[in-house]
Write a protein that binds this ligand. Structure first.
Ligand code: PLP
Length: 385
């Protein structure tokens, strides 16, 4: 078939036609154990009955209504996600990049109103990933994503992840917000050190700088708490979410706590599709399952089981294993991409995060048997290759 796509993705040579639970099936009928979840999207796996029901019932009633009107399903999702995240207000959008764009607008307006327009800088971390729009690229602390796309949105400043003294210096009187991924996903599943997160929260509170957490990849229960912020015992002023919050229907959100909840006013921001009833119905279905103490505890337990299993492989090709809940990674002595290709042949779907790092984001419904199976496949590939 002629390829009309712009050449932006390194697509693997497989065509999926169906999914079921933690498996995807290709057009030759072969099953693949899914340890990628569509990059942290299919958090309840494939064809989950609660999501099928939500799609069926909502699509029979109403697919879309503009945000100029009220919608009970969307209002319920706004309440549910705000309460799950322990925040005060939410703006619903469609993707992670949009959520981070919105967070930047909140920080800039918060400071502009209180301190004047000069206090507009947003500090982010080296190695961070915040999206592909010009502004979220400007916020992304990885030069490899920047080539040929300048000029960038001014007013972003980068600090080394974990460098408390550097952070203290960077958070000066020009800064409106600090944007951090508590667990950096794209750059290799790097959990921020506890002392760094604690210091960041303290400095931000003292200087009235908004602490904004990008939990687009590590939030929504993935670490074993609804927000990774909870794992660190910090209360953000703003949180961004997307990916799995509606289980596979595009949806994003930025949420604000007391300080910033009232910053955006009528006309300040908008989205045609944001909070769409179909996405909201699926978001409600996801929250009903995920935002549950026992379910979150299982995510943490299964995550630890997998991480222990990776360590127990004792492979000379694995130099480090890390993660939190069901977001984990291992560094290799060899390139990750050929390992991914071999895993595809063997029926296991994984991701990379950097040239020599494998990343694992299985659905939350993964079983220990499926974890054992993935470990066995990975073990065989690493032994042979
Ligand atoms: C931490 C983080 N922020 C932002 C984004 C951008 O999200 P989206 O691709 O939905 O725009 C991603 C996507 O990988 C992400 O991992």
């Amino acid at each position: 078939m002629a390829d009309y796509f712009m050449n932006t993705y390194h697509r693997l040579p497989v065509t999926f036609v169906r999914g079921e639970g933690c498996y995807l099936f290709d057009d030759a009928g072969k099953e693949h154990l899914d340890f990628s979840s569509g990059i942290a999207v299919n958090c309840l796996g494939h064809r989950h009955p609660a999501l099928l029901k939500a799609v069926r019932e909502q699509s029979e009633k109403l697919l879309h209504v503009s945000n100029y009107y009220q919608c009970g399903t969307s209002a319920a999702f706004a309440r549910n996600i705000t309460q799950a995240a322990g925040m005060k207000k939410v703006f619903l959008c469609n993707s992670g990049a949009e959520a981070n764009e919105g967070a930047c607008k909140v920080a800039r307006k918060y400071s502009a109103k209180k301190y004047g327009g000069k206090r507009h800088v947003i500090v982010t971390l080296e190695g961070s990933f915040h999206g592909r729009t010009i502004t979220t690229l400007s916020a992304t602390g990885q030069p490899k994503f920047h080539q040929n796309f300048g000029p960038f949105t001014p007013g972003f400043r980068f600090v080394k992840a974990g460098d408390i003294a550097g952070l203290d210096m960077a958070l000066d009187e020009k800064v409106a917000g600090l944007l951090i991924e508590p667990v950096q996903g794209e750059s290799g599943v790097i959990p921020m050190p506890q002392e760094f997160m604690t210091a960041a929260a303290e400095i931000c509170a003292k200087r009235d700088i908004l602490l904004m957490l990008d939990e687009i990849q590590c939030g929504n229960g993935r670490t074993g708490a609804y927000l990774a912020a909870t794992q660190y015992g910090v209360q953000p002023d703003v949180v961004t979410l997307a990916k799995g919050i509606a289980g596979g229907i595009p949806c994003g959100a930025f949420l604000a706590d007391d300080k910033a909840a009232g910053v955006l006013e009528v006309g300040d921001h908008g989205s045609t599709f944001g909070g769409n009833p179909l996405a909201a119905a699926c978001g409600n279905a996801v929250l009903e399952i995920v935002n549950n103490k026992a379910f979150l505890a299982e995510i943490a337990e299964k995550g630890a089981y997998f991480i222990d299993g990776l360590k127990a492989l004792n492979s000379p090709k694995i130099t480090a294993v890390r993660g939190m809940g069901l977001i984990s990674a291992c560094d290799l002595t060899v390139d990750a991409w050929p390992v991914l290709e071999k895993a595809l042949d063997a029926g296991l779907l994984m991701l990379s995060a950097g040239a020599k790092t494998l990343r694992f984001l299985p659905p939350y419904i993964i079983t220990k048997e499926e974890i054992d199976k993935a470990l066995q496949i990975l073990d065989e590939i690493l032994r042979k290759g």
